[in-house]
Write a protein that binds this ligand. Structure first.
Ligand SMILES: C[S@@+](CC[C@H](N)C(=O)[O-])C[C@H]1O[C@@H](n2cnc3c(N)ncnc32)[C@H](O)[C@@H]1O
Length: 281
């Protein structure tokens, strides 16, 4: 272990502090941070130290030991929440095709957005499904989860600065968002008709039990596996695939590949997988 100080900072920060932050983040959220992330960790946690009036990272780590309620803000500060409406548009086209087929059989459709961040992903799913299914959208249920309670609060509110939606088709903006006025000017809110069908939950993918019923039509687990090491990724993939219907789909992020996990899934199109026979129930 090296206790060497890392540059000149407002708060005391050593290599050992960085290593301890990395260990804790890996243990609690499965997130592996590269050695190059020292500065990022400093700037993301400095706000917590300032807020708690602590002088150094060593004192913050000691504080965490004494105050378990600080682990959630610690995790919230260190997650990367980048997302956007209709990110990787081709996934939503595929979702609509799947929903159309399932709908013809007249049953409820259940989806899980497993790293939903601030909500753009599950609301994009809801918009695409509403456009495709019309009145039959009533049979859609979307569960959206994340480990970060801060982003979940934003997601639940469904309020976004107009810049977040200005790339969307004007017809979508008009149909699915309400523009704020007065003190809400500059913001838009997802319409209640969609929000009613999206249930937000805090789920840490590392948890032993997700309390998630099986028989899901699709799981979006995009741009989160990249933060986990390979054994963790495969363990999670196996558990998620078992929650799918045999004809369900697993959507991964653009830089995530599971082609080696061919005992679990088969690639059906760009970063979209289907369970291999017998894996899903
Ligand atoms: C980059 S965002 C991806 C958002 C969205 N899926 C997308 O592709 O646009 C990654 C999200 O994964 C969440 N996350 C990280 N570790 C997690 C864990 N162990 N369990 C659940 N969510 C986690 C983060 O809080 C963050 O909101």
């Amino acid at each position: 272990m090296n206790a060497q100080a890392l540059g000149v900072h407002e708060f005391g920060y050593s290599e050992r502090d960085f290593e301890q932050v990395c260990d804790q983040l890996y243990r609690r959220a499965g997130i592996s941070l590269a050695a190059s992330k020292q500065q990022m960790v400093y700037s993301r946690l400095a706000r917590r130290l300032r807020h708690l009036a602590l002088p150094s990272f060593a004192s913050y780590l000691a504080y965490l030991d004494q105050h378990p309620e600080e682990w959630q803000p610690f995790i919230n500060a260190l997650t990367t929440n980048l997302t956007a409406f209709f990110r990787e548009k081709h996934h939503f086209d595929q979702l609509v095709a799947l929903a159309g087929e399932a709908q013809r059989r007249g049953r409820t459709l259940r989806f899980w957005s497993a790293a939903a961040s601030t909500g753009e992903e599950p609301y994009s799913m809801a918009i695409a499904l509403h456009q495709a299914l019309g009145e039959r959208f009533g049979q859609v249920q979307i569960i959206a989860s994340d480990i970060d309670t801060g982003v979940l609060e934003t997601a639940r509110n469904g309020v976004y600065p107009l810049e977040r939606i200005d790339q969307l088709d004007p017809a979508i903006r008009k149909r699915y968002f309400l523009r704020g006025t007065g003190s809400n000017a500059g913001f838009a809110r997802v319409i209640p008709e969609l929000r009613q069908h999206v249930e937000f939950r805090r789920i840490n993918l590392l948890d032993a039990d997700w309390h998630m019923a099986g028989g899901l039509d699709a799981i979006f687990c995009r741009n989160v596996m990249i933060y986990f090491d390979k054994p963790t990724q495969v363990r999670l993939l196996e558990r998620q695939v078992r929650l799918l219907r045999p004809d369900g789909l697993f959507f991964a992020g653009h830089s995530e590949s599971f082609v080696q996990a061919n005992h679990l899934v088969k690639l059906v199109s760009r970063t979209v997988y289907r369970p291999v026979a017998g894996v899903a129930v």
